[in-house]
Design a binder for this molecule. Sequence first.
Ligand code: CUA
Length: 478
Amino acid sequence: MSSDEASPGAERRVLIASANPLFALGLQRMVAERWGKRGAEIRLAGSMQEATASMEEWKPDLIIVDYDDVGKPGSIQREALLGRFITEKRPMQVMLVSLRESGEVVVYDRRTLTPDQAEDWLDLPWEPAQEIVESSKLSRSGNMRHFVIVGLLTIVLSVVVYFLLTSAGLIPTPASTQALIYESQARLQVALISFLFSLIVSFMGYSIVVFRQKPGETGDGPHIKGSTRLEIVWTILPLALVIYLSFIGSQALGEMIRPEPQALEVKVIGFQWSWLFEYPEYGIQSPTLYLPVDRQVRLLMTSRDVIHSFWVPEFGTKQDVLPGANLVKELRITPNRIGDYKVRCAEMCGGAHAYMESPVKVVSQQDYNAWIEEQLKASNASPAERGQRVSANNCLSCHSIDGSKMLGPTWQGLYGSEVQLADGSKVIADEAYILESIVDPNAKIHQGYPPGVMPATYTTLLTEQQINDIVEFIKTLE
Ligand code: CUA
């Protein structure tokens, strides 16, 4: 059952699949009335075999399937028919249609249409089916020119982007052997980033400009499908690259933490909001980190309160500092450039986190020895001088010695003065009161300073002698 009047030009091919002759003829009439004069070619398929044969040989644009035609032997199995749409490479339209005795036409999505409305879907706009182009059938010679141009663009742009990124001062000048290792890795990453950025932007920009829609063009571009070779290339290349990067990254990491036997050991204590450095070899404490050049230092780091992070950008490495005696963290640095640096805190740790900086001095071995000697001499100093040193590391980030108001009361003129307490009473600031305020800060609260701000932990952090030295130091501040 078919009508084979082939007519020239774009012609819509409609296949009506139904085992029910009334359905088929009824729809054929409707479609012929609507499209006949505009060149629709209609075929009928009364069985599954006829339907599939027509789909393969004749390649219809639209298939109208009888929705109610199920269950009977030889009838159209719409599921099997629809399955072919998924595997067919050629785009086709399908309609599942149910005809009612009342004359209603029900389209597959179950919208109920009156016979008048049913005519509307026959009027849906139609364009000739788009051919899908297999990428392997694309002409290569014609594309070579484009690839060469985009390739050159990519190379030029990569160089420009790499130059801009490396001259933007994103990485400080390295001042340790670890930072040199880090810098070489970072430069490789920046080179790769520059190339990938340029590759994408060049292809995109070139396509936007050269293949833009010209005036008068209204149709879609060709539908290009599949390229196994390209897919293999863009899978294997990045995979190999990532494996290579992780390999050299692990090597670099191993190199950066490699211990040296002659390493100098320094204990680092982070606290809200400063740093303190201890040289256990000499029993020295210092608010400045002095390091001899070209000798590995092994920093053993801990925190008195919350999590801080030890970071000297020029050293190219960083380590979180945690509270807890069992959580001492190690960081190895070999400074290789004499100069003044700053250790910053790189972990949000409270109100003055941004100001948690301490000086770092990388000096020659002679200067380092001289400094150590000076420190050792100073430890034979008077109690008040020792107290000044201890309080610089422990107290003076919250108490001033010049009368200015900080987190805690100033120490200037404190000794012997009359202190107004929060409970309304007054007390003379004698030795006993000052000692009590260090050991048990909440016993008497100075008016105007909220309770609980000063930690009650100084008896564990400081020795009895150090606390007495601080009291002696305060007594000298008139
Ligand atoms: Cu310590 Cu931020």
